[in-house]
Design a protein around this ligand. Structure first.
Ligand code: URP
Ligand code: ZN
Ligand code: ZN
Length: 466
């Protein structure tokens, strides 16, 4: 690994923009220095003239190899994290699952078994809680000792993941005692299920009915309820994959009242819409590739979400990366939209897409770094080690070429999936060099490190400290 000098670039952090040479020693950032002043000889010199030097992306919402809807997400911890690195993401936080009747330890062991020896960049886990009983509430403390300091609970997916308000409330109280963070999938799943059954009974089976049976109000109400439960428990809460204006307004109201309410959105909610779910004329099935939950919303929501990102009402953009191939996987739902496995690919394209937001003046470069790296590091207990460029931090560094073009598509990307929701979309701005803990792993869109599988390290995260 040795010593690397990244010279001539402009460093962008969440707060500052400055010309500096960046010196990496071993797996850490060793110095940020005025251009041309770093003493010593480097083993590797990268000329970053005309480029930006930013902290590696942190995607705090991925689902590698997730079992869902009778199949398994098509990216595993190897393919998914190699793809992440190609897109400038050097840390992921995935979701282990405590299944009903099972301990969290068993759930965590199952996810370590899937990930160990596979992961190409650094990774952590949240724990999905499918029940909050005395035993699982006890387990939460053991998880924190393992560095799993955040838990996801669902108001949606009855019979699979849904937990009732009493359990959510108990888990929130326990999280408060432990300094853990509860993250919420906030759509009210019971009435949604009725709407789904009614649509199917009426012969409405096409992919677009996935959206029409999960209306915005179901997410807004879930969001409001989650915030109320967190307020009663006196704890922070984090909304995952927020998709819609009214849900965002619930978050804004809470934050205006001073509550520690946080929320993430995802690129699909900023760039795709219900129109994509309708498919093409004569090919409504194409919409299956856009089935994710919460569903894609009509286009007018985009501007609200961008405004939320600009105004700090939304803190994070993660991907909810959960790909399923059209062939053999999404196909399970031909003739019944409720059987289309939920999820879209995205771990590789997050920075490319958000940079379009920078180019269009929707967010600043500093805000780009903040929502893709710094804020998730802070919220999920990795800041200092990850999420910024500072002396002593892990040398997860991306050299970002703002002028290089890329056409997104299944053949130009590395995710293990047979379509791209962004097929043919031209973006300007890509990583030229990606370092993971000081090692150059991707150069000019090619994997260059010796090792891929198993080079990523598990990140033990701290408790919630904002
Ligand atoms: O469609 C989605 N979001 N799939 C993954 C599961 C979840 O709810 O995050
Ligand atoms: Zn979810
Ligand atoms: Zn998810």
């Amino acid at each position: 690994m040795g010593r690397t000098l990244i010279k001539g670039g402009t460093v962008i952090t969440a707060s500052d923009t400055f010309a500096a040479d960046v010196w990496l020693e071993g797996d850490k950032v060793a110095a940020l220095a005025a251009p041309g002043t770093v003493p010593g000889t480097a083993d590797v010199v990268v000329d970053a003239t005309g480029q930006y030097v930013i902290p590696g992306g942190i995607d705090c919402h991925t689902h590698m190899s997730l079992p869902f809807g009778g199949t398994t997400a098509s990216d595993d911890f190897h393919t998914g994290t190699v793809a992440a690195a190609h897109g400038g993401t050097t840390t992921i936080v995935d979701f282990a699952i405590q299944s009903k009747g099972q301990s969290m330890r068993a759930g965590l062991d199952a996810w370590f078994a899937k990930s160990e020896g596979q992961v190409a960049v650094d990774y952590g886990f949240h724990m999905i809680m499918t029940e909050a009983n005395p035993s699982t509430l006890d387990d939460m403390a053991a998880m924190i000792r393992e560095g799993i300091t955040s838990f996801k609970m669902f108001m949606a997916y009855p019979g699979v993941f849904l937990v009732d308000d009493q359990q959510i409330f108990r888990a929130m109280q326990r999280a408060g005692e432990l300094g853990a963070l509860i993250t919420m999938h906030a759509e009210i799943g019971l009435p949604i299920d009725v709407m789904v059954q009614q649509a199917l009974a009426a012969g409405r089976t096409a992919p677009v009915y996935h959206a029409l049976t999960r209306p915005e109000v179901a997410e807004a109400t879930g969001t409001e309820r989650a915030i109320a439960l967190a307020e009663m428990a006196g704890v922070p809460v984090y909304m995952v994959h927020l998709s819609a204006q009214r849900a965002l307004e619930r978050v804004m109201e809470a934050r205006d009242r001073g509550l520690p309410t946080y929320a993430e959105t995802c690129p699909q909610y900023l760039f795709c819409s219900e129109d994509d779910l309708r498919g093409d004329p004569g090919d409504e099935w194409k919409g299956a590739g856009y089935v994710c939950t919460p569903p894609l919303r009509p286009k007018h929501h985009h501007e609200h979400l961008w405004r939320g990102l600009r105004n700090y009402d939304l803190q994070v953009v993660a991907t909810d990366h959960c790909p399923f191939c059209m062939k053999g996987q999404k196909e399970l739902g031909r003739g019944d939209f409720s059987k289309i496995p939920n999820g879209m690919p995205g771990v590789e394209t997050r920075l490319h897409l958000l940079w379009e937001g920078v180019r269009e003046g929707k967010i600043s470069m500093n805000r780009f770094v903040e929502i893709t790296s710094t804020a998730p590091a802070k919220i999920f207990g990795m800041y200092g080690q990850k999420g910024t460029l500072a002396v002593g931090a892990d040398a997860d560094v991306v050299v970002w070429d703002p002028n290089r073009e890329k056409v997104l598509g299944k053949d130009t990307l590395h995710m293990n999936v047979d379509y791209s929701p962004f097929e043919g979309k031209k973006v300007i701005g890509t990583p030229s060099h990606v370092f993971s803990r000081g090692e150059l792993v991707v150069k000019d869109d090619q994997w260059v490190a010796k090792q891929r599988q198993g080079r990523g390290r598990f990140v033990k995260r701290s408790t919630f400290g904002l």
